[in-house]
Design a protein around this ligand. Structure first.
Ligand code: UD1
Ligand code: MG
Length: 484
């Protein structure tokens, strides 16, 4: 590949944009249907140092997205919403992509991947051993809710040494089993490969997430050995150690979808489906009509107001806000678009980041909009590209209009005044400004500013040849008969 010029750099950066998810950002807040505010504070330790081999990807597993956001962002968000005061992510050496993505958020490095217990131990300095609660989470378990984390943390606050997220999957194979005492406390966790036949029959499994008394966590971990089938330091071994110390180990049964782990692309799709089901339900509860909800894809941060109608096969990407009473017709794709009330979008519209529509805006079929603001009641009904543009209220942009915003070097703006009328198939060569109320004749290529209320038309004269069509046909017919 040709290196060292702007173009090769751009190719790389495009590749990066495609694959490195948006920075950790708050996906949901207290007002979001998934939101839950809690004053309880704890430290979250998110394990993300595993190799993720089965993803078969150049992108680290924690940065793969569900609902448009990195799995790690989901874990961090759930922790934050449950009241985490500090979130420490445990990473492997050479994880610069994730470190960049964390953008200053705390992390610890696990030098060698010696097991989940060793991974938590690597966070010792970053976490400390003061009183309080630590919750261990996995970066590949994106669907855990803040409510469940809070439930686990509450159990430790109430006096338990450890509270484990238990679940009862249809097929428990592969998971650690929770061995219960007669009084319902947990005496130990047995990993699948170490289970006796009787233990293998236990249906109650370790979901992987646990809340632990922070002042005991690292002393218990110090006593964990790697004398087991995998030769690893298992986090789960602290359960028997805590029990021997006289600490109570309890569990809370958590919904299976919340603890589902993503190990390969199939799991990723299953997690996406589960999350989409949640998002659609939340939207419908908030008063959104979806004709075929199973065909609509929503980024988790989408804000969709009441009485919006979403037709089948619509994708609402990150950063969208759709105002009350708007309708999104079938096969439209929106990303970073903010729409006011009663807008009509599509079918087959593409709204790219920076689209801002006021109220009652119409963006019709095969219209692409990018970094453009449209005033109240502005219309672009068919086959148009509006990029880097400002379109005044009530303006009408005719079919096939193109804002020519790019000359191969820079991007330039097009301004269209209020109530202007842009005739079909016009090219507006930016930078250019069309005054309020101006009319552009169809087929014009406009290269200079047009005054308000004037008409601008730029096209060749139409030549008329009376009888010409008949003469043309007769010439052609004769030539064909001669075989020439
Ligand atoms: C773990 C639990 C098991 C539980 C299951 C739930 C242990 C020993 N077992 O098994 O009881 O039922 O999760 O899904 O804890 N990681 C590191 N460093 C390491 C090893 C792992 O950071 O050295 C991270 C991984 O990136 C991953 C998480 O820890 O996010 C879990 O590791 P994984 O190997 O998937 O554990 P399981 O065998 O699934
Ligand atoms: Mg796992």
């Amino acid at each position: 590949r040709y290196k060292g010029d702007d173009k090769s750099y751009k190719t790389t950066s495009k590749y990066r944009d495609l694959h490195i998810p948006v920075q950790y950002a708050v996906i949901v807040d207290e007002s979001h249907p998934f939101g839950l505010y809690s004053a309880m504070s704890f430290t979250a330790i998110i394990l993300a140092a595993g190799k993720g081999t089965r993803m078969n990807s150049a992108l680290p597993k924690p940065l793969h997205r569900v609902g448009g956001h990195a799995m790690l962002a989901w874990s961090m968000d759930a922790a934050r919403l449950a009241g985490a005061e500090r979130i420490v992510t445990v990473l492997a050496p050479g994880s610069e992509d994730i470190q960049d993505w964390l953008d200053g958020a705390p992390f610890a490095i696990q030098e060698d991947q010696l097991g989940t217990g060793n991974a938590v131990a690597s966070a010792r300095e970053a976490v400390g051993n003061e009183d309080g609660v630590a919750i261990v989470m996995f970066a590949d378990t994106p669907l855990v809710s803040a409510a469940s984390l809070k439930q686990l943390a509450d159990g430790v606050k109430a006096g338990a040494g450890i509270v484990i997220a238990g679940f009862r999957p249809d097929d428990p194979s592969g998971y650690g089993r929770l061995v219960e005492d007669a009084d319902g406390t947990i005496s130990r966790i047995v990993e699948d490969r170490e289970c006796s036949p009787a233990e293998r029959a236990i249906g109650l499994c370790n979901g992987g997430i646990m809340a632990v008394s922070r002042s005991s966590l690292f002393t218990w971990l110090d006593r964990v050995t790697n004398d087991n089938a995998k030769g690893e330091y298992y986090l789960t071994d602290i359960v028997a150690i805590a029990q021997a110390d006289g600490a109570a180990v309890r569990h809370a049964v958590i919904d299976e979808t919340e603890v589902m782990g993503v190990n390969d692309r199939r799991d990723l799709a299953v997690a996406e489906a589960a999350l989409q089901a949640r998002l659609r339900e939340a939207a419908m509860e908030a008063g959104v009509t979806m004709i075929a909800p199973e065909t609509v894809f929503l980024s988790a941060d989408a804000v969709i107001e009441r009485d919006v109608i979403i037709e089948p096969h619509v994708v609402i990407g990150a950063g969208c806000h759709i105002g009350e009473g708007s309708i999104i017709h079938a096969f439209s794709h929106l990303e970073g678009a903010r729409l006011g009330a009663c807008c009509v979008i599509g079918p087959y519209a593409r709204l790219r980041p920076g689209t801002e529509a006021a109220n009652g805006v119409k963006i019709g079929n095969f219209v692409e909009v990018k970094k453009a603001r449209l005033g109240d009641g502005a219309k672009a009904s068919h086959l148009t590209y509006l990029g880097d543009a400002e379109i005044g209220a009530g303006a009408n942009v005719g079919a096939g209009t193109i804002t020519c915003n790019y000359d191969g070097f820079g991007k330039y703006r097009t301004l269209i005044g209020e109530g202007a009328f842009i005739g079909s198939n016009s090219s507006l060569v930016a930078p250019v400004s069309i005054g309020a109320g101006a009319i552009i004749g169809a087929g014009s290529t406009i290269t200079s500013d047009v005054e308000a209320d004037s008409i601008a038309v730029e096209r060749g004269e139409t030549r008329h040849k009376p009888g010409g069509a008949a003469r043309f046909r007769s010439l052609k017919t004769k030539a064909k008969q001669r075989g020439t």
